[in-house]
Ligand binder design. Structure first.
Ligand code: EPU
Length: 308
Protein backbone atom coordinates (compact mmCIF):
# COMPACT_ATOMS: atom_id res chain seq x y z
CA UNK A 1 0.00 0.00 0.00
CA UNK A 2 2.78 2.43 0.96
CA UNK A 3 4.54 1.82 -2.35
CA UNK A 4 1.35 2.67 -4.27
CA UNK A 5 0.98 5.89 -2.25
CA UNK A 6 4.55 6.75 -3.00
CA UNK A 7 4.22 6.22 -6.73
CA UNK A 8 0.85 7.69 -7.68
CA UNK A 9 0.28 10.39 -5.11
CA UNK A 10 3.85 11.58 -5.10
CA UNK A 11 3.86 11.71 -8.88
CA UNK A 12 0.82 14.00 -8.73
CA UNK A 13 2.33 16.20 -6.04
CA UNK A 14 5.44 16.88 -8.11
CA UNK A 15 3.50 17.36 -11.36
CA UNK A 16 3.96 21.00 -12.45
CA UNK A 17 0.47 21.08 -13.96
CA UNK A 18 -1.12 20.16 -10.64
CA UNK A 19 -2.74 23.45 -9.53
CA UNK A 20 -1.95 23.24 -5.85
CA UNK A 21 0.51 24.16 -3.11
CA UNK A 22 2.01 21.25 -1.22
CA UNK A 23 3.69 21.06 2.16
CA UNK A 24 5.15 17.84 3.53
CA UNK A 25 5.20 17.07 7.24
CA UNK A 26 3.53 20.37 8.01
CA UNK A 27 2.70 20.87 11.72
CA UNK A 28 -1.07 21.17 11.95
CA UNK A 29 -0.67 23.35 15.05
CA UNK A 30 -0.07 26.13 12.49
CA UNK A 31 -3.43 25.48 10.84
CA UNK A 32 -5.87 24.93 13.72
CA UNK A 33 -7.51 27.57 15.90
CA UNK A 34 -6.44 25.41 18.85
CA UNK A 35 -2.77 25.79 17.82
CA UNK A 36 -2.48 22.08 18.66
CA UNK A 37 -1.56 19.16 16.43
CA UNK A 38 1.38 17.17 15.10
CA UNK A 39 2.51 16.99 11.47
CA UNK A 40 0.35 15.95 8.56
CA UNK A 41 2.00 13.87 5.85
CA UNK A 42 0.83 16.28 3.13
CA UNK A 43 -1.00 19.55 3.43
CA UNK A 44 -2.37 20.32 -0.01
CA UNK A 45 -4.09 23.57 -0.98
CA UNK A 46 -5.96 22.84 -4.20
CA UNK A 47 -6.74 25.88 -6.33
CA UNK A 48 -9.30 24.49 -8.77
CA UNK A 49 -12.06 21.92 -8.95
CA UNK A 50 -9.94 19.93 -11.39
CA UNK A 51 -7.06 19.77 -8.92
CA UNK A 52 -9.41 18.74 -6.11
CA UNK A 53 -10.85 15.95 -8.24
CA UNK A 54 -7.43 14.64 -9.25
CA UNK A 55 -6.20 14.67 -5.67
CA UNK A 56 -9.21 12.96 -4.11
CA UNK A 57 -9.46 10.40 -6.90
CA UNK A 58 -5.85 9.34 -6.38
CA UNK A 59 -6.26 9.29 -2.59
CA UNK A 60 -9.32 7.09 -3.03
CA UNK A 61 -7.58 4.79 -5.51
CA UNK A 62 -4.49 4.31 -3.36
CA UNK A 63 -6.31 4.13 -0.02
CA UNK A 64 -4.60 7.26 1.27
CA UNK A 65 -6.73 8.85 4.01
CA UNK A 66 -7.72 12.48 3.42
CA UNK A 67 -9.61 15.08 5.33
CA UNK A 68 -10.93 18.56 4.54
CA UNK A 69 -9.11 20.96 6.84
CA UNK A 70 -11.24 24.07 6.37
CA UNK A 71 -9.87 26.72 8.69
CA UNK A 72 -9.13 24.17 11.40
CA UNK A 73 -11.60 25.73 13.79
CA UNK A 74 -13.51 22.72 15.06
CA UNK A 75 -10.66 20.26 15.11
CA UNK A 76 -8.48 18.54 17.68
CA UNK A 77 -5.44 17.01 15.99
CA UNK A 78 -3.42 14.31 17.76
CA UNK A 79 0.06 15.22 18.96
CA UNK A 80 1.32 12.37 16.73
CA UNK A 81 -0.17 14.12 13.70
CA UNK A 82 -2.07 12.62 10.77
CA UNK A 83 -0.58 10.15 8.29
CA UNK A 84 -2.68 11.30 5.36
CA UNK A 85 -3.62 14.33 3.30
CA UNK A 86 -5.20 17.46 4.74
CA UNK A 87 -7.02 19.29 1.96
CA UNK A 88 -7.42 23.07 1.95
CA UNK A 89 -9.59 24.80 -0.65
CA UNK A 90 -7.63 27.60 -2.30
CA UNK A 91 -8.05 30.22 -5.07
CA UNK A 92 -11.13 29.12 -7.04
CA UNK A 93 -12.99 28.15 -3.88
CA UNK A 94 -12.58 31.57 -2.29
CA UNK A 95 -15.03 33.57 -4.37
CA UNK A 96 -18.25 35.05 -3.04
CA UNK A 97 -20.77 36.51 -5.50
CA UNK A 98 -24.26 37.88 -4.97
CA UNK A 99 -26.90 36.81 -7.50
CA UNK A 100 -29.46 39.57 -7.12
CA UNK A 101 -32.08 37.93 -9.32
CA UNK A 102 -32.07 34.70 -7.32
CA UNK A 103 -31.48 36.44 -3.96
CA UNK A 104 -28.59 34.13 -3.12
CA UNK A 105 -24.93 34.39 -2.30
CA UNK A 106 -22.92 31.90 -4.36
CA UNK A 107 -20.04 31.08 -2.07
CA UNK A 108 -16.97 28.88 -2.47
CA UNK A 109 -16.52 26.46 0.41
CA UNK A 110 -13.07 27.90 1.18
CA UNK A 111 -14.44 31.37 2.01
CA UNK A 112 -14.41 32.32 5.70
CA UNK A 113 -17.95 32.46 7.08
CA UNK A 114 -17.09 35.84 8.61
CA UNK A 115 -16.36 37.19 5.10
CA UNK A 116 -19.83 36.19 3.85
CA UNK A 117 -21.41 37.83 6.91
CA UNK A 118 -19.56 41.08 6.13
CA UNK A 119 -20.37 40.87 2.40
CA UNK A 120 -24.06 40.48 3.23
CA UNK A 121 -23.97 43.42 5.62
CA UNK A 122 -22.18 45.68 3.13
CA UNK A 123 -25.01 45.02 0.64
CA UNK A 124 -27.76 45.48 3.26
CA UNK A 125 -28.76 41.84 2.98
CA UNK A 126 -30.28 40.07 5.94
CA UNK A 127 -30.16 36.40 6.96
CA UNK A 128 -26.61 35.85 8.12
CA UNK A 129 -26.49 38.03 11.23
CA UNK A 130 -26.66 34.99 13.54
CA UNK A 131 -23.32 33.76 12.17
CA UNK A 132 -21.32 36.84 13.14
CA UNK A 133 -18.23 35.83 15.12
CA UNK A 134 -18.50 32.17 14.05
CA UNK A 135 -15.03 31.01 13.01
CA UNK A 136 -14.40 28.60 10.18
CA UNK A 137 -14.90 28.18 6.47
CA UNK A 138 -18.27 28.04 4.74
CA UNK A 139 -17.63 24.37 3.87
CA UNK A 140 -16.99 23.48 7.50
CA UNK A 141 -19.98 25.52 8.65
CA UNK A 142 -22.25 23.65 6.21
CA UNK A 143 -20.98 20.29 7.34
CA UNK A 144 -21.43 21.22 11.02
CA UNK A 145 -24.68 23.07 10.37
CA UNK A 146 -23.13 25.90 12.37
CA UNK A 147 -25.22 28.38 14.26
CA UNK A 148 -26.96 28.81 17.53
CA UNK A 149 -29.39 26.40 19.13
CA UNK A 150 -32.34 27.84 17.23
CA UNK A 151 -30.84 29.28 14.04
CA UNK A 152 -28.69 27.15 11.74
CA UNK A 153 -26.92 27.70 8.50
CA UNK A 154 -29.02 24.88 6.98
CA UNK A 155 -32.10 27.09 7.27
CA UNK A 156 -30.75 29.50 4.64
CA UNK A 157 -29.01 27.01 2.35
CA UNK A 158 -30.56 27.12 -1.12
CA UNK A 159 -28.13 24.54 -2.56
CA UNK A 160 -24.90 22.69 -1.83
CA UNK A 161 -22.43 21.26 -4.34
CA UNK A 162 -20.15 18.48 -3.16
CA UNK A 163 -17.47 16.29 -4.66
CA UNK A 164 -16.59 12.74 -3.76
CA UNK A 165 -14.68 10.20 -5.87
CA UNK A 166 -17.65 7.87 -5.39
CA UNK A 167 -20.37 10.18 -6.73
CA UNK A 168 -18.52 12.92 -8.63
CA UNK A 169 -19.86 16.48 -8.45
CA UNK A 170 -23.38 16.60 -7.02
CA UNK A 171 -25.58 19.66 -6.56
CA UNK A 172 -28.50 19.33 -4.16
CA UNK A 173 -31.18 21.76 -3.06
CA UNK A 174 -30.93 22.68 0.63
CA UNK A 175 -34.34 21.04 1.11
CA UNK A 176 -32.94 17.68 -0.06
CA UNK A 177 -30.53 17.65 2.87
CA UNK A 178 -31.61 16.79 6.41
CA UNK A 179 -30.40 19.48 8.81
CA UNK A 180 -30.24 18.81 12.53
CA UNK A 181 -28.54 20.42 15.49
CA UNK A 182 -24.84 20.46 14.57
CA UNK A 183 -25.15 17.88 11.81
CA UNK A 184 -26.41 17.37 8.28
CA UNK A 185 -27.05 14.33 6.10
CA UNK A 186 -24.13 14.77 3.68
CA UNK A 187 -22.03 11.59 3.52
CA UNK A 188 -18.65 11.71 5.32
CA UNK A 189 -16.72 11.36 2.05
CA UNK A 190 -18.48 14.29 0.36
CA UNK A 191 -16.38 17.43 0.25
CA UNK A 192 -18.39 20.64 0.13
CA UNK A 193 -17.23 22.64 -2.87
CA UNK A 194 -19.67 25.55 -2.95
CA UNK A 195 -23.12 26.60 -1.84
CA UNK A 196 -25.85 29.16 -2.35
CA UNK A 197 -27.16 31.00 0.69
CA UNK A 198 -30.55 32.73 0.67
CA UNK A 199 -30.59 36.31 1.87
CA UNK A 200 -33.13 39.10 1.60
CA UNK A 201 -32.88 42.89 1.45
CA UNK A 202 -33.01 44.45 4.90
CA UNK A 203 -32.55 47.68 6.80
CA UNK A 204 -28.78 48.15 7.29
CA UNK A 205 -29.29 49.69 10.75
CA UNK A 206 -31.36 46.71 11.82
CA UNK A 207 -28.83 44.24 10.38
CA UNK A 208 -25.98 46.06 12.07
CA UNK A 209 -27.87 46.15 15.36
CA UNK A 210 -28.46 42.41 15.28
CA UNK A 211 -24.83 41.71 14.38
CA UNK A 212 -23.47 43.96 17.12
CA UNK A 213 -25.81 42.47 19.70
CA UNK A 214 -24.81 38.96 18.76
CA UNK A 215 -21.09 39.77 18.73
CA UNK A 216 -21.23 41.62 22.06
CA UNK A 217 -22.97 38.62 23.59
CA UNK A 218 -20.31 36.25 22.30
CA UNK A 219 -17.48 38.47 23.54
CA UNK A 220 -19.09 38.57 26.96
CA UNK A 221 -19.97 34.89 27.29
CA UNK A 222 -17.19 33.09 25.37
CA UNK A 223 -13.37 33.16 25.59
CA UNK A 224 -13.23 34.97 22.28
CA UNK A 225 -9.54 35.85 22.15
CA UNK A 226 -8.13 32.57 23.45
CA UNK A 227 -7.12 29.55 21.37
CA UNK A 228 -9.95 27.03 21.36
CA UNK A 229 -12.14 24.89 19.12
CA UNK A 230 -15.37 26.59 20.19
CA UNK A 231 -17.79 24.40 22.12
CA UNK A 232 -16.19 21.07 22.95
CA UNK A 233 -19.44 19.13 23.48
CA UNK A 234 -22.87 19.27 21.89
CA UNK A 235 -25.57 20.51 24.20
CA UNK A 236 -27.92 17.73 25.31
CA UNK A 237 -31.57 18.54 24.53
CA UNK A 238 -32.76 21.46 26.67
CA UNK A 239 -29.50 21.74 28.61
CA UNK A 240 -26.27 23.73 28.38
CA UNK A 241 -22.97 21.92 28.92
CA UNK A 242 -21.44 25.20 30.09
CA UNK A 243 -24.03 25.43 32.83
CA UNK A 244 -23.56 21.79 33.92
CA UNK A 245 -19.76 22.24 34.08
CA UNK A 246 -20.21 25.39 36.15
CA UNK A 247 -22.61 23.64 38.55
CA UNK A 248 -20.03 20.91 39.07
CA UNK A 249 -17.35 23.47 39.91
CA UNK A 250 -15.10 22.36 37.07
CA UNK A 251 -14.35 25.77 35.57
CA UNK A 252 -10.65 26.60 35.81
CA UNK A 253 -9.60 22.93 36.05
CA UNK A 254 -6.37 22.42 34.12
CA UNK A 255 -4.25 19.61 32.70
CA UNK A 256 -0.88 20.70 31.35
CA UNK A 257 -1.47 23.71 29.12
CA UNK A 258 -5.22 23.10 28.71
CA UNK A 259 -7.80 24.71 30.93
CA UNK A 260 -11.58 24.70 31.25
CA UNK A 261 -12.44 28.31 30.56
CA UNK A 262 -13.50 30.50 33.48
CA UNK A 263 -15.77 32.35 31.07
CA UNK A 264 -17.64 29.40 29.53
CA UNK A 265 -17.62 25.85 30.86
CA UNK A 266 -17.99 24.24 27.41
CA UNK A 267 -14.74 25.74 26.18
CA UNK A 268 -11.35 24.14 26.86
CA UNK A 269 -8.68 26.69 26.00
CA UNK A 270 -5.04 26.28 25.09
CA UNK A 271 -3.17 28.59 27.44
CA UNK A 272 -0.03 28.31 25.33
CA UNK A 273 1.52 24.88 25.52
CA UNK A 274 -1.43 22.48 25.53
CA UNK A 275 -1.12 19.10 23.85
CA UNK A 276 -4.03 17.12 22.45
CA UNK A 277 -3.47 14.73 25.35
CA UNK A 278 -4.14 17.58 27.84
CA UNK A 279 -7.39 18.50 26.08
CA UNK A 280 -8.53 14.86 25.94
CA UNK A 281 -7.88 14.43 29.65
CA UNK A 282 -10.06 17.44 30.45
CA UNK A 283 -12.76 16.18 28.11
CA UNK A 284 -12.74 12.82 29.91
CA UNK A 285 -12.93 14.61 33.27
CA UNK A 286 -16.01 16.58 32.17
CA UNK A 287 -17.66 13.50 30.65
CA UNK A 288 -17.06 11.42 33.78
CA UNK A 289 -18.26 14.06 36.23
CA UNK A 290 -21.36 14.92 34.17
CA UNK A 291 -22.22 11.24 33.84
CA UNK A 292 -21.76 10.61 37.57
CA UNK A 293 -23.86 13.63 38.57
CA UNK A 294 -26.60 13.62 35.92
CA UNK A 295 -26.39 10.29 34.07
CA UNK A 296 -25.83 12.18 30.80
CA UNK A 297 -23.34 10.96 28.19
CA UNK A 298 -21.89 14.05 26.55
CA UNK A 299 -21.14 13.84 22.83
CA UNK A 300 -18.15 15.75 21.46
CA UNK A 301 -18.87 18.51 18.99
CA UNK A 302 -15.18 18.86 18.17
CA UNK A 303 -13.87 16.56 15.42
CA UNK A 304 -10.82 14.40 16.09
CA UNK A 305 -8.02 13.82 13.62
CA UNK A 306 -5.12 11.42 13.82
CA UNK A 307 -6.22 9.56 16.94
CA UNK A 308 -6.07 5.77 17.00
N1 EPU B 1 -24.02 29.08 31.18
C1 EPU B 1 -23.55 28.94 32.46
N2 EPU B 1 -22.21 28.77 32.64
C2 EPU B 1 -21.34 28.73 31.59
C3 EPU B 1 -21.82 28.87 30.28
C4 EPU B 1 -23.18 29.04 30.10
O1 EPU B 1 -24.31 28.96 33.43
O2 EPU B 1 -20.13 28.58 31.83
C5 EPU B 1 -25.46 29.29 30.97
C6 EPU B 1 -25.75 30.66 30.40
O3 EPU B 1 -25.87 31.62 31.42
C7 EPU B 1 -27.01 30.46 29.64
C8 EPU B 1 -26.94 28.99 29.18
O4 EPU B 1 -25.94 28.38 30.01
O5 EPU B 1 -28.13 30.60 30.47
C9 EPU B 1 -26.60 28.86 27.71
O6 EPU B 1 -25.32 29.44 27.46
P1 EPU B 1 -24.94 30.16 26.08
O7 EPU B 1 -25.98 31.18 25.74
O8 EPU B 1 -23.53 30.58 26.18
O9 EPU B 1 -25.13 29.08 25.00
P2 EPU B 1 -24.55 27.65 24.87
O10 EPU B 1 -25.72 26.75 24.84
O11 EPU B 1 -23.51 27.34 25.88
C10 EPU B 1 -24.61 27.64 22.25
C11 EPU B 1 -23.70 27.09 21.16
C12 EPU B 1 -22.62 28.10 20.79
C13 EPU B 1 -23.27 29.41 20.37
C14 EPU B 1 -24.12 29.90 21.55
C15 EPU B 1 -24.82 31.22 21.27
C16 EPU B 1 -23.53 24.68 21.38
C17 EPU B 1 -22.75 23.52 21.88
N3 EPU B 1 -23.03 25.89 21.63
O12 EPU B 1 -23.84 27.74 23.43
O13 EPU B 1 -21.92 27.58 19.66
O14 EPU B 1 -22.30 30.36 20.02
O15 EPU B 1 -25.13 28.91 21.86
O16 EPU B 1 -25.79 31.05 20.34
O17 EPU B 1 -24.58 24.49 20.78
C18 EPU B 1 -20.04 26.25 19.01
O18 EPU B 1 -20.86 25.44 18.60
O19 EPU B 1 -18.81 26.09 18.89
C19 EPU B 1 -20.54 27.43 19.71
C20 EPU B 1 -19.72 28.28 20.32
Amino acid sequence: MTARHASELEALLVDERFDAEIYSNEPLSRHTTYRIGGPVKYLVTVNSVGALMRLLDICEKTGMPWVPLGRGSNLLVADEGFDGVAVVLGRDFRACRYDEKAGVFCVGAGVALSTVVQEAYSRSLSGLEFAVGTPGSVGGAIRMNAGTREIWLGQIVASVTTYSPRTGLVKRAGSEIAWEYRRCSLAPDEMVVECELSVSPGDPFYIRGKMEGSLANRRKTQPFSEHSCGSVFKNPEGLSVGHLVEELGLKGAAVGGARISDIHGNFIVNTGSASSYDVCELMKLIQTKVYEAYGIELQPEVKFLGFA
